[in-house]
Design a protein around this ligand. Structure first.
Ligand SMILES: [Zn+2]
Length: 127
């Protein structure tokens, strides 16, 4: 909580991780290092994050979440996804067709007098 308050009042506090990862420009690095000499909070945070580059270096392709474990399975997975997509589209098309057929049937039933009633001059009072 105290660190949060300090980060709001310390505009350079947001640069700590970028500094540790070496992502700052040379000018920003110099400014941040000068700030570190006088800011205990940022110095502590940099100390806490100092192992971050080492930990990130340990990550390899096998540890990346969401990536297929076996690259040979990728074509099969893509085929499965495409198959599901087409089944969904076909189901949606069938549903739209069913609703359209129903509406056409209901509209026709209520819309127009049947030819026989029209010929007889009978008003059914429908529509
Ligand atoms: Zn600071």
């Amino acid at each position: 909580m105290n660190d949060r308050i300090e980060s709001r009042t310390d505009p350079l506090a947001v640069l700590d991780a970028a500094y540790v990862l070496g992502a700052l420009s040379p000018e920003d690095t110099s400014a941040f290092e000068e700030h570190l000499s006088s800011c205990e909070s940022c110095a502590r945070t940099v100390q806490e994050l100092s192992r971050l580059p080492e930990l990130l270096a340990m990550v390899n392709d096998k540890h990346v979440p969401g990536q297929p474990q076996d690259p040979d399975r990728l074509p099969a997975l893509l085929a499965k996804v495409r198959s599901r997509r087409w089944r969904t589209i076909a189901a949606m098309f069938a549903a739209v067709l069913a609703v359209a057929s129903y509406l056409a049937l209901v509209t026709r039933r209520h819309c127009c007098p049947t030819p026989s009633s029209a010929l007889l001059g009978v008003d059914l009072g429908v529509g």
